[in-house]
Design a binder for this molecule. Sequence first.
Ligand SMILES: [Zn+2]
Length: 264
Amino acid sequence: MTEESTLPRGVMMIGAHPDDETIMVGGTLAMLSARGVPVYIVCATDGRGGESGGLPGVDSPAKLAAVRALELKNAAAALGAATVMQLGYEDPVIGPGDRLFGFAADADELATRIGDLIRVQGVDVVLTHGSDGEYGHPAHIQVHQAVLCAVKEQQIDVSVYGVAARVPEIEDRLWNISDPAHLALDITPWREAKIAAMECHTSQHELFKRRRKLKTVREALRFTETFHRHWPPVAGESGPEPELRDGFARAVLGAGGRYIDPRK
Ligand SMILES: [Zn+2]
């Protein structure tokens, strides 16, 4: 088998907000596009509920949504993605005390739309939020559940990986505590593409820096991207390795990634 024939036909990253694709898996998406794998980015909401980052003229949620659509498009281009699609759900404004909300979507309709996109693009790998919504974001959890619901109910033949899976040796507020990592990739070789994509999300720069008390966007880069396979389930009795032979696992391992035995 040639390397090309073992790579995924296509990979779709389905996130809740503009910037999730970059923060969670920007390095991996850049690696995949560099190897010729078509990458499709799907974003459920318009991001209007986030911070405007003090950008001049961005004085309403609608204007922020327009700015963030352009930021997302530019970030997707920086990562080499083939297309970027927004589902257009309105992102609720962050509440007092930084309270986060899900977005208004009929769960069945959301799952149907996601399933249709996966089938139309013909991808065999889907990346999405983890089961805890990383730091518990309700919109991330909504998207995670909708993806799994779509794939199971419509019986779509794809592997579904959750991002920001927990690895024991690294501390990160993003980790999904319920999802032990099966795969981890050091994205150092693709870091410049990820930083370029982070730079595109200008409205979120203050947020990127403030959360971790950093001075520059570059410092906010996460060098390790991790994945838990949610579908098909990994039984785990014999360790993940024999069961994880799908196109995504081969691509990550071929790029210098490693298997992690989640039982350890
Ligand atoms: Zn998000």
